[in-house]
Design a protein around this ligand. Structure first.
Ligand code: SAH
Length: 221
């Protein structure tokens, strides 16, 4: 079994350094910072990369995908919880499960969808190791959301479409549901926050980011 506390470069000191960096970059939510402080990112990485887990960078997780940069995880999470506690959240793009672990500690129930089966299986195993049980998993193309479980107080997409799928907007809670999503071309996207109130949607741009593309269909192996 993996060591949850970490050794050497994954020590508490390197984790604190990451926290300092996130604060310097403007992350102000103590709730988010506390969760990031206590969530072991190294268990979501291959052993060969685990020593870099507390650097503020995206790292490869296989299948041409990456674990998100901690700053981006913090920024997206902060934007989502900004207006109060979240009951249900849909995450599209489970990947390593690191972002899932963070939001599972701040929302009552997480629904997460991943199109690459081996990534989903590994994420599930690691999230179980962390004893996070308020998560429902689905192996599917999540670009159309998860209609049976809608509406959601929040939807978070960790892969970038060219434009926002209307299905996701329709699955937001009509009173204050929030969607956070990178939108645009492969090499650079706008991180957008859309808030739904009745039938009105208001949109703001939070940052310029670089995510892997949101792709169609499923992958079994
Ligand atoms: N937050 C994750 C980021 C993973 S990268 C982490 O920190 O590990 C984005 C993930 O989105 C990849 O695993 C990719 O396979 C997945 N993805 C891309 N398009 C998708 C789609 N249409 N449906 C579900 N998952 C998708």
């Amino acid at each position: 079994m993996q060591n949850l506390n970490g050794i050497g470069m994954t020590s508490q000191r390197t984790r604190e350094r990451l926290l300092g960096r996130l604060m310097d970059q403007g992350i102000g939510s103590m709730e988010v910072l506390d969760v990031i402080r206590s969530t072991p990112r190294h268990i979501f990485l291959d052993e060969a990369l685990a020593h870099r887990a507390y650097e503020d960078v995206a790292l490869p997780i296989g299948h041409n995908q990456t674990i998100s940069q901690p700053y981006i995880v913090a920024k997206m999470t902060e934007a989502i919880i900004h207006s109060g506690p979240i009951e249900t959240i849909l995450e599209i793009g489970t990947g390593s499960g690191y972002q899932t672990a963070v939001i599972a500690q701040l929302a009552q129930k997480v629904f997460t969808v991943e199109r690459i089966k081996p990534l989903l299986d590994r994420a599930k195993k690691n999230l179980k190791l962390l004893k996070l049980r308020n998560i429902d998993y689905k192996h599917d193309d999540g670009s159309l959301g998860w209609e049976q479980k809608a509406p959601f107080d929040a939807i978070m997409t960790t892969a970038a479409p060219q434009r926002i799928p209307v299905e996701l907007l329709a699955q937001l809670n009509p009173s204050g549901g929030r969607l956070i999503i990178p939108v645009g071309a492969d090499n650079q996207q706008e991180l957008k926050l859309v808030t739904r109130n009745a039938e009105e949607y208001s949109e703001s741009i939070l940052d310029i980011v670089r995510f892997v593309p949101l792709l169609m269909g499923q992958v079994q192996h």
